[in-house]
Design a binder for this molecule. Sequence first.
Ligand SMILES: Cc1cc2nc3c(=O)[nH]c(=O)nc-3n(C[C@H](O)[C@H](O)[C@H](O)COP(=O)(O)OP(=O)(O)OC[C@H]3O[C@@H](n4cnc5c(N)ncnc54)[C@H](O)[C@@H]3O)c2cc1C
Length: 416
Amino acid sequence: MHYSALKIFLEGLTGNRGWGRVWREPEPKPAYDIVIVGGGGHGLSTAFYLSNEFGLTNVAVLEKGWLGSGNIGRNTTIIRSNYLLEGNQPFYELSMKLWEGLEQSFNYNAMVSQRGILNLYHSDGQRDAFARRGNAMRMTGAGAELLDRAQLEKMVPFLDYENARFPIKGALYQPRGGTVRHDAVAWGYARGADRKGVDILQNCEVTGFDIADGTCTGVQTSRGAIRAKKIVVCAAGSSSRVMSLAGMRLPIESHVLQAFVSEGLKPVIPGVITFGAGHFYISQSDKGGLVFGGDIDGYNTYAQRGNLPVVEDVCEGGMAVMPMIGRARLLRMWGGVMDMSMDGSPFIDRTHIGGLYFNGGWCYGGFKATPASGYCTAHLLAKDEPHPVAAAYRLDRFRRGVPIDEKGAGAQPNLH
Ligand SMILES: Cc1cc2nc3c(=O)[nH]c(=O)nc-3n(C[C@H](O)[C@H](O)[C@H](O)COP(=O)(O)OP(=O)(O)OC[C@H]3O[C@@H](n4cnc5c(N)ncnc54)[C@H](O)[C@@H]3O)c2cc1C
């Protein structure tokens, strides 16, 4: 079923009775060429690019719950490519380019909305750091503008510029940043992969790996054993648990991150705004809710819910940067489990076990990375060599002494 304006028009005339299922519900086959563990954004985008770009269609995605039940359906939907380091910036810029053509490539409305992202700065030192970051962005064509206070006030007059503790002096602006409807991304990729013949198996939990003589030849699942020539784990917050089934210990910790949505309001915020003197980021959804978040909770957990101290901390950040938020009522909040790596950067790599690959460690950056992550993971699986923009995301980078520490926070997963 191809979506088009004509199809919508004809369905409107005939009572919307002709819409088919968006993807099939097949039974698992005994064997595939490639098995992808985890039906979140990264697993589904890997399946989409394997089948649509690399012509590999004997592929299954195994998801223990339902599509969109993980972080792909829980995040605050922000996309941007405003990174500084060489290992990261070209990767996130590839992702941004793929976002820009995504709806056409998978024929699905993912509500890609490039309304711009503003990173506020509050001191001269922070301005200098943002100028450097902006220059790095311009070198990859990501586009960046350093705004002073007068320029910023014209765009977002409602911020608290005179806050005695955190006066706002300007912002780094990436006009191409913005938001995308997160669950539609999962549905669009699933549909695009399914149309090429990829089996998407929901309620299929991987419970073990079949490993003999250093090679992985299949997985045990809640729906039976499945053999595969190559297996890639894209389990995000569950990465450590899943890879421990293969006997691997990862440089990753799991923490919960919360998201918040207010009651629906008339349009007040033009794009995405991030606070530079605390951890707070905000945008407004098309339904009118203010969508915001901040820090992860400060302890390790696999629970998809958070605690009150972080709620208070996030709301304090909101009040410091835009006091009018105090008038809005909080409608909903939830948590997702984040795979926080030691240097804040991800992994797309083979493991030391033959046939077993790993994608994870996405921290706060995993949603914006979804298209490039899927593309580069598919490239690695199809060609058995890393894509050039993901070449730094190796599992042995700590042993080799080349971490990619964008924030300069050191080996502290909770600070990245
Ligand atoms: C509250 C919150 C806000 C965020 N905001 C942003 C943001 O604004 N911008 C941004 O770029 N990033 C953001 N992120 C991060 C981003 O959402 C994640 O990094 C990214 O979604 C992780 O990749 P994924 O989509 O593949 O994960 P998931 O959707 O979590 O997919 C992993 C899947 O693996 C499945 N799985 C686990 N174990 C097994 C098993 N044994 N067998 C089979 N399946 C299994 C899970 O059920 C899950 O569906 C946010 C995250 C959270 C929680």
